[in-house]
Design a binder for this molecule. Structure first.
Ligand SMILES: [Fe+2]
Ligand SMILES: [Fe+2]
Length: 210
């Protein structure tokens, strides 16, 4: 691919994953709200949310951003130790920590008390807010800057690197399994449309991503 087509497709897999993650965190917010209702929400579903968050968001998506995208950006003029790349990596760390806290709660064998439910809902909503802000930063600051500053050949390196990662058999298998779990959660914990929730979709449309 050359020129504009390369630019359009370089980040498309990351943008598509943001669309999935955006829908997933909207569902996690619905789950957290339901935890506070009298009938509550199933504790086992928290384990499913944390499985997708640690597997799909962290192991697949963040790893692509940190191990493929960021090293290429640092070779093409982006600072590694400060600025947006360092901020994004430190936000990934924070998301890992919040996911781990939820994971521990999901593994607890004792029945959740009302206080446990309030605490889990608060942590889940903190993660939802944090993840939305993080993706907004990538969608509206980092990705446009990447497309503006990188040459066509550097963007082609990004595109090819992301595609290689996506095609690794282990990543394909993990992605298929986790997307199935994510689809189920998104269907069972629907949320009302949120102001700004179409950001990733709008960016995807701008980039020509279906
Ligand atoms: Fe990220
Ligand atoms: Fe991202």
């Amino acid at each position: 691919m050359q020129g504009r087509d390369t630019v359009i497709h370089a980040l498309s897999s990351l943008v598509r994953e943001h669309q999935v993650l955006s829908a997933l965190v909207d569902s996690l917010a619905a789950y957290a709200r339901r935890l506070l209702e009298p009938r509550g929400a199933a504790p086992r579903d928290l384990a499913a949310f944390t499985r997708v968050l640690s597997g799909f968001a962290d192991e697949l998506h963040h790893e692509k951003e940190e191990e493929i995208l960021q090293p290429i950006l640092s070779r093409h003029g982006f600072h590694w130790q400060d600025g947006v790349l360092a901020e994004v990596r430190s936000e990934h760390e924070r998301e890992r920590y919040l996911t781990e806290v939820l994971s521990q709660a999901a593994e607890c064998e004792l029945a959740w008390t009302a206080e446990d439910r309030r605490s889990i809902a608060a942590t889940a909503l903190a993660l939802v807010t944090f993840q939305r802000e993080h993706m907004d930063k990538e969608n509206h600051e980092l990705f446009p800057e990447v497309l503006r500053r990188l040459s066509s050949s550097a963007l082609e390196q990004v595109r090819a690197g992301l595609e290689r990662f996506d095609r690794a058999p282990r990543h394909v298998a993990l992605g298929v399994e986790l997307l199935r779990v994510a689809d189920d959660l998104i269907a069972r914990y629907p949320s009302a449309p949120r102001l700004g929730s179409g950001a990733a979709v709008a960016l995807g449309a701008t980039l020509g991503v279906r």
